[in-house]
Design a protein around this ligand. Sequence first.
Ligand code: ADP
Ligand code: MG
Length: 725
Amino acid sequence: MSQNARASAIAAVVSYKSDATPLNFREIPSPSLFGVNTFNEKEMRARLPKPIFKALQRSIKKGDKLDSSISDAVATAMRDWALEKGATHYAHVFQPLTGITAEKHDSFLSPTGDGSAISEFTGKQLIQGEPDASSFPSGGIRSTFEARGYTAWDVTSPAYILENANGTTLCVPTAFCSWTGEALDKKTPVLRSMQALNKQAQRVLKVLGNSEPDYVFATGGPEQEYFLIDRNFYFSRPDLNICGRTLFGAKSPKGQEFEDQYFGAIPDRVLACMLETERELYKLGVPVKTRHNEVAPSQYELAPIYENANVATDHQQLTMLMLQKIAPKYGLACLLHEKPFAGINGSGKHLNWSLGTDSANLLEPGDNPHQNMQFLVFCAAVIRAVHKNARLLRASIAHAGNDHRLGANEAPPAIISIFLGDMLTDVFEQLEKGKLESSKKGGYLTIGVDTLPALPKDAGDRNRTSPFAFTGNKFEFRAVGSNQSISGPLVVLNTIVAESLDYVATELEKATGGDASKLAGAVQTLVQSIYKQHKAVVFNGNNYSEEWHQEAEKRGLPNLRNTVDALVAIKDKEAIALFDKYGVLNPRETESRYDIYVERYCKDINTEGRLCLGMARSSILPAAYRYQGELAQTAAAMKACGRTPDTSSLDAVTELTGQLEGAIKLLQHAVEHTASGDLLAHAKHYRDEVCPAMVKVRGVADELEQIVADDLWPLPTYREMLFIR
Ligand code: ADP
Ligand code: MG
């Protein structure tokens, strides 16, 4: 990377002109676009024979067993629809344990034997695919010689058309498993956990007096934070390009401290990019709703309306895909990493989660939660689940990228606690004391200006520091990383809550023995005892404060500060048994996930370590030497003409250059030597040797950046990347 790359990047950014075709929402309003590229309920109703349509809907909406005999008819209708949309191929899309989606395309083309061809798509091709599984992580479930992997159509998530300038592809969401039927993907456990959740929730609703409860499913509304920077900068930074985050870079003199970014006016180019991204997402039926500037410079957020959590998971993957696909059309690169830039806010993905039926949200407290038995029971079940399984929940958000957020001095801390808010805490506390009399009311806000309307006030304030916050009628899991699939956290949440609902149902069934008159008393006793046992996990204060860390320790809440410590929880005996009991993951599947995630951590840090080393040696050190040479020449020249040069800059550069040489040697040693022992020992080596060595190299390099002559510095700086746009 020469300094020319940096200079020409800046020149290109400054003279940027969009060549994207402007969109026109007047001609094609967004409602008319919504879902046009999905094989949705409306298309199915129009194209399928009635009995087949109904059978399919029963599987989609009530979780009924899929009747394979209808697949041919569905495939034909889907093919006709796709051909009308210009599709040439179909693809089974799946979510291997890499965390991103994978797809294998097959053409519809089928030669007829007389030299011509027709478009064909059979029921079998719809419901089952067989990609070679040997190159996806399996964590020992499958050796490479056993290469068979199968994809299986997920009817509950709509098929869609992916557009390309040169043609379109019919995409079928699928689960991915091995020859033994074991899950090799992220979708299968989501579906299994949704099934477990429904089963236990049904039992609870039945004891509560609902004789025929509707199908219960988890809902998800994932908010996505991301950065957009100019592509020219992105490609002149090997670290952003390869690792998704900057491994070097001194703080910009202006960062986010002016608090002028959050909700600020969205730059034109960025807004244009958002509009097109949203438009593409509308077509795919992804209900994107809000957008705004986030706290850090060049950071943004997009949030959808919540949906069935399985569909939301697929839509979230599509959202990340589209963000990254559309950005280049506007000369931008979308950074999804949790911490692209040190010293300013990182990105998260708040997973809003609730459970409900087609017509009701089971976590809706209403105006009088103290009288809302159903709400109290479900809410107590969640509190119990989160307290009992805090380690597992923490593990579900553990990966190298998120280590820069969790446990650092921003974003939610690594300690899992629940924010309940004033109103609910008050209700549960009254209950604990034995008497439930009232619910705090919000009343109205007075702003002091007569012409402004009176605003209804919420009964409690928000808390932005909690990793797991109750926000009105749902929980917001705020510690999820911006770059990760929501499926892992979702599977854990669904499963631990299913276990808790199982417990609740069993206790209530025992206590009432089917006698409805005993119900209110039984609920009161149960919720009371749950709150007593598990209220240690409730914390409404400032989660960033030092006092909380001490208090949490006193309360016995785990504080797993990094990925390596956190991932170990997946292998807890209790966790393995829990997933097994609820049919979400068998022990082999659980253990394979542990292996895959630990290995992934090692690979991530290994890549960062090697790149850090390479950049330090081949771009930063040379820049330092060149500047040192210039200063030395100047000093020599001054001496030659009888002056006494001030060598303080030369001394500083010489000192730092020496330090950089030393730090590079340490990093090289750390990167080249691996630990002996098992996978965990390797991961610890990366955490304890490679990470600190990288920090050291970076520290010196960032100091050099601030004194080396600007025209010699090879990398675009933080100031440039974040503020030239
Ligand atoms: P807030 O005021 O807490 O930001 P919003 O209603 O704007 O609440 O929702 C924020 C996010 O939470 C959105 O993505 C939204 O779809 C999601 N959300 C709202 N209700 C639910 C629910 N019942 N289940 C899951 N997610 C939900
Ligand atoms: Mg937000």
